[in-house]
Design a protein around this ligand. Structure first.
Ligand code: GLN
Length: 281
């Protein structure tokens, strides 16, 4: 099949799921990843034939089943860097890039500070911080061995040194007796009751371990991380969280109760309460 005909097939068969713009950008990602053909080449040579149609037609079927293109390709971009992803890790979100920007604004790049990312998943936060703070010692933990495996590959891919640790934060109060200057986390925070608001591409493909918490214990991970911080965050150290947009007030309450100061709640580009920071007294 001609490349242009395949693009038309994508547009017809996916139009009930995506907008035309989305279909085109997905198509460009796929031809680049599978055939090293750029969108410019496609525009210049629409009559071009692909060697083997199978990978792209196979991808079309997976897209129809709501599989995210990032999992089909096996990689995505975050903070200007490439990250491998698979079903064991969440696809990094643009909101989380905003969290990284916020941390970088407050991290002293001249000092050898120690940073910990809790629930690192693909390693997106830890690796991008390490890339931008070459003097920092970055640690990252996760309960999932499969996620750590992916995160380690992403550290290698981006040529940074991150120390990865397999640990369940719900059962841990310190790591190697270290004190951290910054602790950052994007833990699971979607309540079971919010499942019905979620799209099937997320719900049926992304790891529930990384997404969901019980309705009656929605702040479980934040409580555990705050507890961990009592022991393991240095005085004047900063705690940064990505949060559930509906739980900003509760998060302020929780941090206040635990004696954190200089609290700041921050919205993401979609104007949702999405991040919070506090300083340990
Ligand atoms: N923001 C993610 C979503 O929309 C959830 C991330 C998380 O639970 N930490 O699915």
């Amino acid at each position: 099949m001609k490349l242009k005909s395949i693009q038309n097939k994508f547009q017809t068969e996916l139009k009930s799921i995506f907008s035309i713009e989305e279909i085109d950008s997905i198509f460009y990602l796929l031809i680049d990843s599978f055939y090293k053909v750029s969108r410019i080449q496609l525009a210049l040579e629409p009559e071009m034939f692909l060697g083997n149609n199978e990978p792209i037609l196979n991808a079309l079927n997976l897209l129809k089943e709501q599989k995210p293109v990032q999992y089909i390709i096996g990689e995505t971009e975050f903070y200007g860097l490439n990250f491998k992803v698979n079903k064991h890790v969440l696809i990094p979100r643009p909101e989380t890039e905003e969290l990284v920007t916020w941390v970088l604004k407050h991290a002293n790049s001249k000092k050898e500070i120690r940073i910990l990312d809790i629930g690192t998943g693909s390693g997106s936060i830890a690796v991008s911080l390490s890339k931008h703070l070459p003097r920092a010692h970055v640690y990252a933990l996760d309960v999932s061995v499969e996620a750590l495996n992916m995160a380690k590959q992403n550290a290698a891919l981006n040529i940074v040194d991150v120390e990865f640790i397999e640990v369940d934060i719900l059962k841990t109060k310190s790591i190697e007796n270290l004190k951290f200057d910054i602790i950052v986390s994007n833990p699971p925070y979607v309540r079971e009751q919010e499942k019905e608001l979620m799209k099937p591409n997320v719900l049926e493909n992304e790891p529930h371990l990384a997404l969901f918490v019980k309705d009656n214990n929605a702040l479980q991970f934040y409580k555990a991380i705050i507890d961990f911080s009592k022991e393991s965050l240095s005085k004047d150290g900063i705690l940064f969280f990505e949060i559930n947009e509906y739980l900003g007030k509760e998060m302020i309450g929780l941090l206040k109760e635990n004696n954190f100061s200089k609290l700041e709640l921050k919205q993401d580009i979609f104007r949702k309460d999405r991040m919070i920071k506090g300083v340990k007294n």
